[in-house]
Design a protein around this ligand. Structure first.
Ligand SMILES: Cc1cc2nc3c(=O)[nH]c(=O)nc-3n(C[C@H](O)[C@H](O)[C@H](O)COP(=O)(O)O)c2cc1C
Length: 177
């Protein structure tokens, strides 16, 4: 059963899954089609007295276009047995693949945003973007530039205010702490 959770509850599990397997970011286009991509680079915290999920998305991702179109996304914490799904969603693009269909994922409309949550996941953060910032190449450390941006594609940071946070408490207890 999915219930509203207090921010901070399962924070360690969320961050641990982000580091080790990746999370699933879901978005929706103006055409109403949902998409999902894997994310491994993100921050969760407080800014301007509000809770935020800040995600780093390269402009080449289809997701980048969808977030800019609608200003919304959700971050979903998968179970360990969804690893192949995370890998798939982090390899193919929604431009050419319906990843929800291919992996039999269930898109459920968010409570506070039009972007869907992924029902098979355990924890759900619904976010509305109220600020975005493209990394400035000349300010990125030389070594980071060399390793991560040999052909450009500097990330955009989307600052998503967390409007709702909920999930399955029992299933979340089984995530890696
Ligand atoms: C574990 C994992 C983590 C990833 N993290 C990010 C990320 O934080 N930012 C990003 O731009 N791409 C990241 N990617 C790559 C995207 O998920 C991948 O390019 C995806 O196919 C983009 O899908 P889209 O074109 O449908 O948006 C990651 C891939 C994997 C497998």
């Amino acid at each position: 059963m999915k219930v509203d959770l207090t921010l901070g509850e399962f924070l360690k599990e969320t961050v641990e899954t982000l580091y080790e397997e990746g999370l699933l970011l879901a978005s929706i286009g103006l055409d109403g089609k949902p998409n999902v991509m894997a994310i491994g680079w993100a921050f969760i915290g407080y800014l301007w007295n509000k809770p935020y999920f800040i995600v780093a998305v390269r402009p080449s991702r289809y997701t980048h276009k969808l977030i800019q179109e609608t200003g919304e996304f959700t971050v979903n914490v998968p179970t360990p047995d969804m690893k192949d799904i995370v890998d798939y969603c982090g390899t193919v693009s929604g431009r050419t693949h319906d990843k929800f269909r291919a992996k039999k994922l269930t898109a459920v409309k968010g409570k506070s945003v039009k972007a869907p949550i992924i029902d098979e996941c355990v924890l759900h953060y619904e976010c509305r973007v109220d600020y975005e910032s493209r990394l400035e190449p000349e300010r990125v450390p030389t070594e980071v530039r060399r390793i991560n941006y040999p052909s450009g594609g500097y990330h955009t940071l989307f600052f998503g205010e967390i409007l709702a946070y909920y999930g399955d408490r029992e299933a979340a207890k089984r995530l890696k702490p």
